[in-house]
Design a protein around this ligand. Structure first.
Ligand code: ADP
Length: 581
């Protein structure tokens, strides 16, 4: 039950709603209990032959009025209670979402997407049910139980009530045993659900690969295995949970038996009337609900506390990169990388070593090298996706750690190789970083990225819907839309991370010449395979196995006759062959 203590902060905040709901509930329960009392009086009237038609009508009308009142008030108190629990779910989801947005990539390398999604959806729903239906069952069960017992004792007989209660302690012990098993069962079921979520996410993302490699049958079998494990875990929970009902029915059955036996004896002794015994057995019937409510409460509490523990574990996870800088935007954006050795968390080889690289404000830096050479890692350090003791990157003479993450990342626009487009119009996708941009500004950025012609060819132009549910764009169109998006932000530093790989050489040339003009005085960093993209750069560095092997300008590197010169000749030849010359 300590889940209610853990959620205490929310109950304290929303105490008004819970108090109003509780008061309405008590009134409803009192009204409900007056129905058996009325029925008992009616029966006694029949037995004593003192009931006339007018009295009968007044009993019937009273029961009807009570039923309508109960209906309305039950509706009201559930409204108060459930609106509070839905708000709790919303708050928890917001907290989880905000937390996830603050996490550095190192966190996502460690956590599986499906598991994170399960915590934000399934587990939050379980906690919501504890704060809604759990409180409902607990409160309703408790109030009804106490009132029924009090009424039984006062209006019928306290001895009979005590006798009727004899089988109940046994049931309470049984409930306790089931509750402990349920907790473990729920924890297991929630973990299996995470696995299942993960598998679904992976299968959907990798569906093309599955088809391309004809792995459908094997993927199916894998999926069935994970789904089976989740189903088994849920079956175990259901099996444990189903032990409650028989226990309740047996307890109440035994209770009925002993009460009727003792009640008959009490009638014979003239200590209670037949009408009182009838009311008493009706009251006993009312005790079934509190028992069910208690069983349901235990179920919800165990489910909710297992889920809450998983949500708190997620919220307690600290980002590997802390937002502890205080400085905001630098006027001078000279960049300086000093890396003795950098390895990714958990990796056992260095991704970068012995790097000392400067780029002055307004310059264009080209970083080239084979796949896996460490180009993107340099940018990850610049964006402070990872912190490392022997890797320092400074902007304007100050370490990137001294800036707030927001201002640091606000200084840099990055266009990745595989740009992601959201389900929105092309205009909205371009304006992602500056939603207030006018259509004219958006079009200007699209022109700079040489993508306007393509956009105008779509049926709805800039209003064409793209993303998962929209039209499908080619890789090159996506890349250029992403470039337009970055250009619109007009940040002091622009990074193109192999962002021109899917556009042809002449479009690449157009874009680069537009960039040169539009980004005077601002820094541009181009990472690429195709050397034609960096020919005009002020400085070019060649990375190999995480180390800086060559540096210079296009001309000086060609003269040096190293990797760059060889690669340039090779690519020129390749291009000539491709164009048939
Ligand atoms: P490039 O951009 O030149 O293709 P990267 O900077 O992406 O190269 O990668 C450099 C090295 O770091 C590679 O050996 C790669 O396997 C490794 N690496 C990249 N990202 C991670 C990561 N998140 N975790 C562990 N190792 C990584």
């Amino acid at each position: 039950m300590d889940i209610f203590l853990k959620l205490g902060w929310y109950f304290r905040e929303q105490w008004r709603r819970y108090v109003v709901a509780g008061l309405l509930l008590i009134i409803v329960d009192v009204l409900e209990l007056s129905i058996p009392w009325l029925v008992g009086r009616l029966i006694d009237g029949v037995v004593a032959r003192s009931l006339d038609s007018q009295r009968l009508m007044s009993y019937v009308i009273s029961v009807l009025v009570l039923a309508v009142l109960i209906y309305i008030m039950r509706f009201l108190w559930r409204m108060f209670l459930f609106s509070a629990s839905f708000q709790l779910a919303e708050r928890l989801r917001q907290q989880v979402y905000q937390h996830l947005t603050l996490m550095a990539p190192g966190f996502y390398n460690k956590h599986r997407t499906g598991d994170l999604m399960a915590r934000a959806t399934n587990d939050v729903t379980a906690v919501e049910m504890t704060a809604g239906e759990g409180v409902l069952s607990g409160l309703d069960g408790l109030v009804t139980g106490i009132l029924v017992l009090a009424v039984m004792m006062i209006t019928v007989s306290w001895e009979l009530t005590l006798v009727a209660l004899l089988p109940f302690p046994l049931m309470a012990w049984f409930f306790f045993v089931i509750g402990t098993r349920l907790h473990d069962g729920f924890r297991d079921a929630q973990e299996r659900f995470s696995d299942l979520n993960d598998k679904v996410q992976e299968s959907v993302s990798g569906i093309r690969m599955t088809r391309a490699f004809g792995r459908e049958v094997r993927e199916d079998a894998d999926f069935m295995r994970v789904a089976d494990r989740a189903a088994e875990a849920n079956m175990r929970v259901a099996a444990t949970d189903s032990l409650y009902d028989p226990a309740i029915f047996i307890t109440v059955g035994v209770s009925f038996m002993v009460s009727i036996a003792m009640g008959a004896w009490l009638i014979e002794q003239d200590r209670i009337t037949l009408g009182q015994l009838t009311s008493f057995t009706m009251y006993l019937g009312y005790l079934i609900w509190p028992m069910f409510a208690y069983g349901w409460l235990l179920n919800l509490v165990e489910r909710g506390s297992a889920a809450y523990a998983r949500i708190i574990a997620l919220l307690d996870a600290r980002s590997p990169v802390q937002d502890d800088g205080t400085r905001v935007l630098a006027a001078n954006v000279d960049i300086h990388w000093q890396v003795n050795a950098f390895e990714y968390p958990g990796a056992n080889s260095t991704a970068l070593s012995n790097i000392n690289l400067r780029v002055a404000q307004g310059q264009t830096l080209g970083i080239v090298g084979a796949t896996g050479a460490g180009k993107s890692t340099l940018i990850s350090l610049l964006l402070r996706y990872y912190d490392h003791d022997s890797a320092t990157v400074s902007i304007g003479g100050d370490s990137v750690k001294s800036y707030t993450l927001e201002s640091l990342r606000g200084m840099i626009a990055v266009v990745p190789q595989d740009a992601f487009l959201f389900t929105a119009s092309i205009a909205q996708n371009i304006a992602l970083g500056c939603p207030e941009a006018t259509i004219e500004q958006i079009r200007a950025a699209a022109r700079l990225a040489s993508v306007e012609q393509d956009i105008l060819r779509f049926p709805a132009g800039y209003d064409t819907l793209v993303g998962e549910r929209g039209v499908t764009l080619s890789g090159g169109q996506k890349q250029r839309i992403a470039i337009a998006r970055a250009l619109l932000m007009d940040t002091p530093i622009l990074v193109l991370d192999d962002a021109l790989s899917a556009v042809d050489v002449s479009t690449e040339r157009n874009i680069l010449s537009h960039l040169k003009e539009a980004r005077q005085g601002r820094t541009t960093i181009i990472l690429c395979h195709r050397l034609s993209a960096v020919e005009e750069a002020d400085q070019i560095v060649v990375l190999s196995h995480g180390e800086l092997k060559e540096r210079g300008t296009h001309t000086s590197l060609l003269q040096a006759k190293g990797w760059y010169a060889r690669m340039f000749d090779y690519q020129k030849l390749e291009q000539a062959v491709a164009s048939g010359r």
